[in-house]
Write a protein that binds this ligand. Structure first.
Ligand code: SF4
Length: 393
């Protein structure tokens, strides 16, 4: 079975990426023909304004992938933008994809919703300064023509300045909280690229005639869309694309150090590039069961992120830790020390591998470029069939 999947190069990989995605890919490459790509074009859908780190992020991702066990001998590991045929297929599929299909995409709907909240914020700020501006304008000499236009102009620019100040953190962002608008929502705009990214995703899969895509529940609507696009193409022109199916895999959830979802934006992640000292600091500061205040207090391991990590990294003695926590025989500091030992046992070979790979960075880049050529040869074949089916010269 041919499996296709990609990952956006948005920064260093952390434990959440490993347990959520990479571990599964490593297993898949032993059983199937796998194409895994670094989705650098997809990184631009939200971060198009700041591309300074993009190349560095792509290189970091190459190193992380190899250090975590993706094997170029078993999988085709490549870079999306090195296979420009993805863009050509994206364009052609875009021609036959109704806009309404994309507007129903939950990620896009969320963004739309947030943009609406931003409009609300603008309205609210405007309301708050409106009277003041009117008062000031009324004090202006009568000979100023078109006071209404003048008032409108001041109001507009003042509202804009206020919004910027709120987002830049110069003004207490109470309003942001009230309206549930985040800085990210403000900077992300409603672009064609964002609306169309599920079509690019479809092109990424279909160009290799991918039969299966490993995804989490939240990605299911995207796969469904790829299937619909494939069906529509096959019906309109010629049967070229298999309908890709979702490979739903149960992945263990690893919470962040504060118990929330592990994420770069929450600053609660442990990265594979972290030094042992950094890991130690993070683990020793981890949140625990809030009811276990003193060492002897009985704890609730199932409510504790430290225990959730033990389940993943502690091979022996898990039951003992659980019962010692519950009976107040184990304190949180000791429990974290035990975790740290086991976590380091997992992390240190990966750290060592990363270090070796980093020394061969140029060679690794070459390897991905070469692999991209392999992927491109397949993509070219598919595009020839597509052009022919669509009667393109
Ligand atoms: S003893 Fe361990 S499992 Fe129990 S609350 Fe403390 S850190 Fe969590």
């Amino acid at each position: 079975m041919r499996v296709v999947s990609g990952m956006r190069p948005t920064g260093k990989l952390h434990l959440g990426h490993y347990f959520g995605v990479i571990r599964n890919w490593v297993e898949l490459q032993n059983k199937h023909e796998c194409f895994f790509f670094i989705a650098d074009w997809h990184a631009l859908t939200t971060a198009y304004k700041n591309t300074k780190e993009l190349r560095k992020n792509v290189r970091e991702l190459m190193i992380d992938w190899l250090a975590l066990g993706l094997d170029p001998e078993k999988s085709t590991l490549f870079i999306q933008s090195k296979v420009p045929e993805h863009a050509e297929l994206f364009l052609l599929l875009g021609m036959l994809t109704p806009k309404s299909w994309l507007e129903l995409n939950p990620t896009y709907k969320d963004l739309k919703y947030n943009l609406l909240r931003l409009t609300e914020l603008q309205r609210e700020l405007r309301k708050r300064v409106e009277d003041r501006v009117s008062d000031i304008v009324s004090l202006l000499p009568v000979e100023i023509k078109d006071k209404e236009r003048f008032r409108e102009h001041i109001l507009e620019s003042l509202t804009e300045t206020l919004i910027e100040a709120v987002f830049e953190g110069e003004i207490e962002p109470q309003l942001l909280k009230k309206l549930n608008v985040s800085k990210r929502d403000y900077y992300e705009t409603d672009t064609f690229g964002f609306l169309g990214y599920p079509v690019l995703q479809s092109a990424d899969i279909l160009i290799y005639k991918g039969e299966a895509v490993p995804v989490g529940e939240d990605q299911l609507p995207h796969i469904e869309l790829s299937r619909e696009i494939a069906r529509r193409f096959n019906r309109l022109y010629r049967e070229i694309f298999p309908e890709p199916k979702a490979l739903l895999t149960e992945t263990p959830k690893i919470p962040g150090t504060d118990g929330r979802k592990m994420s770069k934006s929450y600053n609660n992640a442990v990265y594979f590039s972290d030094t042992p000292e950094e890991v130690r600091n993070k683990v020793m500061k981890m949140f625990t069961d809030p009811q276990k205040i003193r060492k002897n207090d009985p704890g609730h391991p199932e409510r504790c992120p430290v225990f959730a990590w033990h389940k993943l990294f502690t091979k022996e003695g898990l039951e003992e830790i659980k019962s010692a926590c519950k009976t107040g025989k184990l304190g949180c500091v000791e429990c974290k020390r035990l975790l740290l030992e086991n976590l380091e046992r997992f992390l240190s070979p990966i750290r060592e591998k990363r270090r070796e790979l980093k020394e061969r960075e140029k060679e690794i880049e070459e390897l991905f470029y070469e692999s991209s050529k392999k992927a491109r040869a397949i993509a070219k074949e598919t595009m020839e069939q597509v052009r022919e089916a669509m009667n393109l010269p």
